[in-house]
Design a protein around this ligand. Structure first.
Ligand code: GDP
Ligand code: MG
Length: 163
């Protein structure tokens, strides 16, 4: 079976934007039940001949802070169970947040490899914002910009090393 790569992180860090860029035009809206339209959450992807499946774990919008925390925990736990590699997404513009630390504390318990991704590094100056993420103890933060598709090569190189 192809390796499974899960994208986790608190809402609004850009998980779905990254997922959609990776899925490209192969992405489609799944409409398999009458009256139900859901965004697709898995997509086949490929880098340098390595084929893998991406899962976007953050499809549901939280209604309250309480739900948010339990949902983030649930998504992280599902990802840890299913995935071969976990991509933990954070946001360079917001910097490191308490919610990021909550997700990190869950991910720390897994034996699975975790890649720490700092999204929204849209221009070079924002690289300075990467340093505070070392505090999470999850290795070197990898800066990317999902809207501009910057840094994807470095991230994908690191990913396929873990398959
Ligand atoms: P999710 O909740 O983690 O899935 O986040 P989304 O993919 O829905 O993105 C949340 C917001 O961040 C949207 O307004 C995106 O356009 C924006 N966003 C995503 N990636 C980037 C990026 O690389 N740079 C900037 N500036 N904004 C981004
Ligand atoms: Mg999303």
């Amino acid at each position: 079976a192809k390796p499974l790569v899960a994208i986790v992180g608190r809402p609004n860090v850009g998980k779905s934007t990254f997922f959609n860029k990776m899925a490209g035009k192969r992405i489609s809206i799944v409409d398999d039940m009458p009256g139900v339209t859901r965004d697709r959450i898995t997509a086949d992807a490929e880098w340098l001949g390595h084929h893998f499946t991406l899962i976007d774990t953050g499809g549901i919008d939280p209604k309250s802070d309480d739900v948010l925390l339990s949902q983030m925990r649930e998504q992280a736990e599902i990802a840890m169970d299913l995935a071969d590699v976990v991509c933990f997404f954070t946001d360079a513009r917001d910097g490191l947040t308490e919610d990021d630390k909550d997700v990190a504390n869950i991910l720390r318990k897994t034996e699975k490899p975790v890649l720490l991704v700092v999204n929204k590094v849209d221009y070079l100056d924002l690289n300075e914002n990467l340093y505070e993420f070392y505090e999470l103890g999850l290795g070197d933060p990898i800066g990317i910009s999902s809207v501009n598709m910057l840094g994807f090569g470095d991230l994908l190189d690191r990913m396929i090393e873990l398959f």
